[in-house]
Design a protein. Structure first.
Lengths: 321, 318
C-alpha cells in the first residue's frame, strides 16, 4: 500500500506553459514506514518537491503546478483550506534546515509544543509536552518548557522541532536538510534520534539532502535528482553498490573519504544548469562522459531491476557490460 | 627547514559580559614549506579565531604568531608587506569575499598593487596567468562576479590568492558552501596548484574526509585547545583521542554497510564561557575518569610523530 504517490508532478515558474520548469514530470512513491532519501545538488528541485507535497510553495509556483500528489487516494493538489489544515501537521509534518525559522522566537518552547498537542486533542498538555521533550532526549524537559528558542543550541532546537512535528502522530515527516547546519557529532546524534523515533512511531520519512553519508546512514531507498527530474531511484544498497545513471556514479565518486587519499578526485566537469537554462534532451548530457546523439532526446525512466530505475539511454548497455 | 609561519602558545581571550571567553588557548603549530597542515574542529572550537590572528585581523592575548621566526608585532612596514604577500587567504563564501562591483581584473589586481612593486603591464600579465591556472580564461577578467557560478567565484578567489605568488595559502573551509560536484573540482584545483607552485597550505575544515584528501598532517581542536595532532592517514584511520574518534565516527561514509559508531559522543559542546575544568572533553567522553575532571592533560608526543592530550591514552589507561 502506497502512502504518498506523486504522479507527473511538474512545477513551473508561473502559469505560462513556456515558463521555466523547476520540476519536470516527477513520479515518486513513498511506502508506509520507509525512509526515502531525495538527493541532489542545489537547484535540482529537491526542496520544491518537498514543499509541493504540503502545498507550501510560493503562489507563483503553485499556479504553475500540474500533476497529482495522492494521499489516501485523494489529490493534495486539489484540496481546499479545511482539508489542507487537517493534512498539515496531523498527517504530514515537516522539519526544515533552520530550526530558528520554524520556531517562533517570542513564544516559549512549552507554548509552541502545547499548541501542537492541543491540536492532537490532548488535555494533559503540560505532562504531554514534558514527555514529548523527554522523548527527543532533551535534558531536564520540565525546565526546558519555559525556555525560548534562542536559549537553546541548534541541535536542541532541531529536537524541539521534531517533538512538535511528531505531536500529532503524522504518518509522514518531510525532512528538508535537517542536519545541514549541525556539527558532525550533533548531526550523528540527531540522525540516531530520528531513527529511534521512527522505530517508535512508525512514520515514513521523505529525507531531502545533498549528503550521501546521511543517505547511507538512514535511508531505505534513494531518488537522485538532477535539473528538476529524478534520474535514478532504487534501494539504498543498490544505489551505492551499483549506480547506473552516469550522474549518480560520478557524484558518488566525487565524495572524499576518510579511508583513502587519492591524488585526484574524479570530477564532473562543468556546473549544474540553472533554472531556465536547462539543455534539451537528457539535461545531464553536456556534462556526461558517455553522452551520444540519442541523448538529445529525453530518456524515459526504465526498470533495471525490480525496484531500481534509471533515466538514461546507456543504463542498459552498462548492465550488459 | 624553517617554518614559514608558526604559532607559539597562541591564545585569544575575549572579554564579554558573561566573563572571559577563551576562544583559543595554547595553540602551537608550524607551517613548513610545501607542507599541508589541516586544522579540524566543530563550530566554536576557535578555527576562525586562529585564522583571524594569522591574518592580523585580530591580535593575540597570549603567545604569538611568527613569520619566518619573527613575531608579527615586530615586523617592519616592509616586512609586513612581504608577510601579506606571502600568506594569502581563501575564504569559505565567494559570494561575500569578492566585491560585487569590481570586475575580476580589478579584484585580482588589488593585492598585487598593494603588496608588490610590479608595473601595470606586469600585473595584467599575472592576472591572465593566474586566471588560466585556476581553469578560467583571460577573457573572464572583464566580467563581474555576478556573471559566475559559486564554483567559478571560488576559482577567482583562489586566483587572487595565487597572484601574489604566496608561500602559504590559508584555506578557510574553501569548499563548504559548494555542491558536491563542484567541491571535487575545487579540491583538485587546489592540490594541483599546491604541487605546481610548491605552496604550503593551512587548511581549516570541519570535515575529516576533505582534510584527509588535502593534508599531510592534521591538528584537531576542541574548545580552543589542540587535543591531538598527527599524520593525516593516522588521524583518519587510527585516531587516539576520544574526541577525534567521535569526530571520525560522525563523519558518515557514503556506504550503507559502514558500521555504526561504537561509542557516540554524549551531550553537546560546552560553552567556551565556562569550559569544563581538567580535560575540556570529559563531559562528553565515555572514558573519563576522576583525573580528567580536575587535571588538564598535557600533549605528549608519540613515536608516530603525533601527540595526544589525553590522560587515558598517555597513561595507557585503555
Amino acid at each position: 500500500m502506497t502512502l504518498l504517490s506523486i504522479r507527473n508532478l511538474t512545477v513551473r515558474l508561473g502559469r505560462d506553459a513556456l515558463a521555466p520548469t523547476i520540476l519536470e514530470e516527477v513520479s515518486l512513491d513513498v511506502m508506509p514506514g520507509e525512509t526515502l532519501g531525495l538527493v541532489g545538488e542545489s537547484g535540482s528541485g529537491k526542496s520544491t518537491l518537498g514543499m509541493s507535497v504540503l502545498r507550501l510553495t510560493p503562489p507563483r509556483l503553485a499556479e504553475g503546478t500540474s500533476g497529482e500528489i495522492l494521499w489516501d487516494g485523494r489529490d493534495i493538489l486539489t484540496m481546499r483550506g479545511r482539508d489542507l489544515r487537517a493534512l498539515r501537521g496531523a498527517e504530514i509534518s515537516m522539519i526544515l534546515q533552520d530550526p530558528m525559522a520554524s520556531l517562533n522566537p517570542v513564544f516559549s518552547i512549552g507554548s509552541q509544543l502545547t499548541e501542537a498537542l492541543r491540536r492532537a486533542g490532548r488535555s494533559d498538555l503540560m505532562q504531554a509536552a514534558e514527555a514529548a521533550l523527554a522523548e527527543v532526549r532533551i535534558p531536564s524537559p520540565a525546565e526546558r518548557l519555559r525556555s525560548y528558542p534562542h536559549q537553546m543550541s541548534g541541535g536542541m532546537r532541531q529536537r524541539v522541532v521534531s517533538a512538535i512535528g511528531l505531536a500529532q502522530e503524522p504518518r509522514l515527516i518531510i525532512c528538508d536538510e535537517p542536519t545541514t547546519a549541525l556539527d558532525a557529532t550533533i548531526q550523528y546524534q540527531f540522525l540516531e534520534l530520528l531513527r529511534a523515533l521512527q522505530g517508535a512511531h512508525g512514520m515514513a520519512m521523505l529525507f531531502v539532502t545533498h549528503d550521501f553519508g546521511v543517505v547511507a546512514r538512514i535511508c531505505d531507498r534513494v531518488a537522485v535528482m538532477y535539473a528538476g527530474r529524478i534520474v535514478e531511484t532504487g534501494p539504498v544498497r543498490e544505489i551505492f553498490s551499483n549506480p547506473r545513471h552516469p550522474y549518480t556514479r560520478a557524484l558518488l565518486a566525487a565524495v572524499p573519504s576518510t579511508s583513502t587519499a587519492p591524488d585526484r578526485l574524479p570530477v564532473i566537469e562543468g556546473a549544474p544548469p540553472s533554472i531556465g537554462n536547462r539543455p534539451g534532451g537528457c539535461a545531464f548530457h553536456p556534462r556526461c562522459p558517455m553522452a551520444g546523439p540519442d541523448c538529445q532526446r529525453q530518456p524515459p525512466m526504465e526498470r533495471l531491476a525490480p525496484r531500481h530505475e534509471a533515466a538514461c539511454w546507456r543504463a542498459r548497455e552498462e548492465a550488459a557490460a | 627547514m624553517n617554518a614559514i609561519l608558526s604559532t607559539h602558545a597562541l591564545g585569544r581571550t575575549f572579554r564579554t559580559r558573561g566573563g572571559p571567553l577563551h576562544a583559543l588557548s595554547d595553540v602551537s603549530i608550524d607551517c613548513m614549506p610545501r607542507h599541508s597542515l589541516g586544522v579540524v574542529g566543530e563550530s566554536g572550537c576557535g578555527k576562525t579565531t586562529l585564522n583571524r590572528l594569522i591574518l592580523m585581523l585580530d591580535t593575540p592575548t597570549e603567545g604569538e604568531v611568527r613569520f619566518k621566526g619573527k613575531p608579527l608585532r615586530m615586523l617592519s612596514v616592509a616586512e609586513r608587506r612581504a608577510y601579506r604577500r606571502a600568506v594569502q587567504p581563501v575564504f569559505q563564501n565567494p559570494y561575500s569575499s569578492l566585491n560585487p562591483r569590481l570586475r575580476v581584473r580589478r579584484i585580482i589586481r588589488e593585492p598585487l598593487a598593494a603588496n608588490t612593486d610590479l608595473s601595470g603591464p606586469q600585473i595584467d600579465a599575472r592576472v591572465d596567468e593566474v586566471l588560466e591556472a585556476v581553469g578560467l580564461t583571460a577573457r573572464d577578467a572583464n566580467r563581474l562576479p555576478a556573471e559566475f557560478s559559486g564554483g567559478q567565484r571560488q576559482r577567482i578567489a583562489i586566483a587572487r590568492a595565487l597572484a601574489s605568488k604566496p608561500e602559504l595559502m590559508l584555506l578557510d573551509e574553501p569548499v563548504s558552501s559548494q555542491d558536491i560536484s563542484i567541491r571535487a573540482q575545487i579540491l583538485n584545483v587546489l592540490t594541483e596548484l599546491r604541487d605546481e607552485y610548491g605552496l604550503a597550505t593551512l587548511f581549516v575544515s570541519h570535515d575529516l574526509a576533505t582534510v584527509r584528501f588535502m593534508c599531510d598532517e592534521v591538528v584537531v581542536i576542541y574548545l580552543g585547545r589542540i587535543v591531538e595532532h598527527g599524520p593525516a592517514n593516522l588521524i583518519c584511520t587510527a585516531p587516539r583521542h576520544p574526541y577525534t574518534q567521535a569526530l571520525l565516527a560522525a563523519t558518515l561514509p557514503a556506504d550503507p554497510d559502514a558500521p555504526a559508531m561504537a561509542v557516540p559522543p554524549e551531550g553537546e559542546i560546552p560553552s567556551p564561557l565556562a569550559p569544563p575544568p581538567g580535560c575540556a572533553y570529559h563531559t562528553r567522553c565515555p572514558f573519563a575518569r576522576e583525573i580528567c575532571r580536575s587535571v588538564r592533560p598535557r600533549a605528549e608526543a608519540d613515536e608516530a610523530g603525533g601527540a595526544v592530550a589525553c590522560h587515558m591514552v598517555n597513561q595507557g589507561g585503555w
